[in-house]
Design a protein around this ligand. Structure first.
Ligand code: SAH
Length: 359
């Protein structure tokens, strides 16, 4: 066990000893803050890899999509905002593409990890950092991007027991370590009607931070104008299921082992995010499958062009395209949701596109 892990594990143990079991969300918040604060976990030698790290084509497609919205609406000024930008790769690829259309907005990164901020500055030296949404500018429309951001936010878990629904809480034992169990208080009121009678052992997840962030941003877009593109893995209708997962060195791990050393995520509830936007009066497009969206925006044409100008890299470009687009890779698991201010143009990429075979 590294000193880092020990420190976080000791801190969580002391917290549990002092004030009793903590929610799964609290455990996930402490563990992930330590995890992202410690070092950059992305890439082949890290724990996991994201779409922008697979190929520049991903950020370029995001840049094209944003440029199209910008060209058709033409706000006098506006801001690019990214939530949890990782290494800043998506932003660098999108901004380079946007520049080709003559668009160079101010860049704002919402990021709470000092280690990630240092990486992001290397990719986008002009970025302005924000700890949270509150300090984002209020003077002009926002073009917001969030790729694999919402899945890192802490989830509460409810479990169905013989006695009714209960919150799952984390306990600690010197021998067994951390483990989750059902708390004593009833939480049936938090469960949607259709799931109240679900089988014992069923899990229902709630992500209060995701709802709050989506609500705040939607409120901003309704007032100042703008668009938001959310890309993540998740579900599009209310659902039961334990989606909390830990990944370390590209392999699944036990979420209750080694807090702060493994990446903890949960699937994103796109139904809830859509509702937050709708309740603020915004328009919606999607959620669509990532593969269909990328094909609709022309990833195949881009891949062909890139391969023609870099023949020695053609096989890698095809492999990256397939990984991003094909349904048995990231194409169907990842969803894309767009939300935008009423009166703004209808976004591209959300029509029905037939699945295409590999180039
Ligand atoms: N979007 C990037 C990285 C995804 S990893 C990519 O696609 O490659 C999640 C990112 O969100 C990291 O940069 C992490 O530091 C950041 N993050 C996680 N929780 C956050 C929070 N509550 N507030 C701000 N940033 C957060």
């Amino acid at each position: 066990m590294s000193p880092d892990t020990k420190q976080i594990a000791v801190r969580l143990t002391q917290q549990i000893e002092a004030s009793g079991p903590i929610s799964v969300a609290e455990y996930m918040r402490v563990a992930n803050t330590a995890y992202y604060g410690r070092a950059d976990p992305l890439g082949k030698d890290g724990d996991f890899i994201t779409a922008p790290e697979i190929s520049q084509m991903f950020g370029e497609m995001v840049g094209i999509w944003l440029s199209d919205m910008w060209l058709r609406h033409r706000p006098a000024t506006c801001h690019y905002v990214e939530l949890g930008p990782g290494r800043g790769t998506l932003a660098a690829d999108a901004l380079r593409t946007m520049q080709r259309f003559g668009w160079e907005p101010a860049v704002h990164f919402v990021e709470n990890s000092p280690a990630m901020r240092a990486k992001q500055l290397q990719a986008v030296p002009d970025a302005i950092f924000h700890d949270n949404l509150e300090s984002l500018p209020t003077d002009a429309p926002l073009f917001v991007v969030a790729n694999e951001f919402f899945d890192a936010l802490p989830v509460r878990q409810m479990v169905s027991t013989q006695a009714g629904w209960r919150e799952r809480v984390v306990v600690h034992d010197i021998e067994a370590g951390f483990a989750a169990m059902a708390d004593a208080c009833a939480t049936d009121d938090l469960i949607p009607e259709q799931f109240r009678a679900a089988a014992v052992g069923s899990i229902y997840e709630i992500c209060p931070d995701a709802s709050s962030i989506m609500h705040q941003l939607s409120d901003r877009l309704a007032k100042q104008g703008g668009v938001m593109l959310i890309i993540d893995y998740g579900y599009t209708q209310p659902a039961l299921g334990d989606t909390l997962q830990a990944v370390q060195s590209h392999k699944y791990a036990d979420p209750f082992n080694n807090p702060g050393q493994v990446d903890l995520t949960a699937h994103v509830d796109f139904f809830e995010l859509s509702n937050c936007a709708k309740n603020c009066g915004l328009m919606l497009a999607g959620p669509s499958d990532q593969g269909a969206w990328l094909l609709g925006l022309g990833i195949d044409q881009r891949a062909q062009h890139l391969a023609a100008s870099n023949p020695d890299r053609a096989a890698d470009i095809t492999a990256a395209r397939n990984r991003l687009v094909e349904p048995d890779a990231m194409g169907a698991l990842f969803k894309i949701l767009a939300t935008y201010t009423q009166g703004w143009p209808q976004p591209e990429g959300f029509g029905l596109y037939p699945a295409q075979s590999a180039i």
